[in-house]
Design a protein around this ligand. Sequence first.
Ligand SMILES: [Zn+2]
Length: 362
Amino acid sequence: MKYSFTIIRIRGIPIELHLTFIGLLGLLVILTYPVIYPTLLFGILFLSVVLHELAHSIMAQHYNIPVRKIILYPIGGAAQIEDIPENPRVEARIALIGPFTSIIIGLLALGIHFIYPLSFSTIPLFVWTGFVFFDVGVLNLVLAGFNLIPAFPMDGGRVLRAFLTYFRKDFVLATENAATIGRFFALLMIFSGFLGNFWLTVIGVFIYLGASQEVYTARISSILKPLRVGDVMLDRENVLTVSPNMQLSQALDLMFQAQVKDLVICTENSLLGVVTWDQLLKIPPEARQITRVGDLHIKPLSIMSENSAFDAYKIMMKERTRLIPVVSTEAPCNLLGIITNHSIAYSLEIGRTFGIFPRRNS
Ligand SMILES: [Zn+2]
């Protein structure tokens, strides 16, 4: 099931509303009906958050880091940036531009308010109302201040890590230190939330979990980034491949013998892609005799042997697949082997125990 819906694309980045966001908006309209002002303010705040996240995204794109999407949740937005920049200056710039944008919007709105204090209080439906530009200005400054809290996944956490990486020269260590400081702030929020503001407790828990996730990702990336896919792949002779003309029932038999869950599809001389376990499960048993492998949608997945194992890990997460066919730059249709989730897990285990997975000579 999809939990978020794309409303618009800007610079190729889909902007999605999460279901909980739509729910909260609906609740707000019902609770405050027939007064319009809170909904109007929520709408403007939502636009401000989009601008904040777009600023992060455009800065990331400026450094050639792809941005997958921007999702808007009731407690704020999140730009899903594909890679963690390990260069501290780049990370600091991408993190700081968001709050900077909110501060500019906030100051502009406050400036307009002092010149022209707009209020709708004379229009009957707006009865419960404040000054629009004043409220928008203050809300944007609060948004900037909140995001500068030095805790993951807030922007302040990233700025802190960039600062620590710059001085300590060790990305993972800097992440661990930043996460410890972040957890301290999270606990502070959780406990002060108990004193009256429940919302603060919810955000505190969210920040606490964010810190652990960040350390996990930093550790994984530090082990997998120096590893080439070619170092950890299974060679072609150990890979089960099937032809698109094969009957599905026959392909399943081969699959069970080889004890794998996804199929690599090849014609006699070229790689076509992957059919995953989830796709195979959708075909009812009675149809397996009459379906050919090629009738299913073959995902045209592959990765170059020179790419890092971290790239492979990211593709597996995104495409929900357990294996990726490996090819070379010179012959992109020629299967060299596969990299699997087991290869990734094994490399991580070896990396944690011995420092780094050994490189192959090639
Ligand atoms: Zn931000």
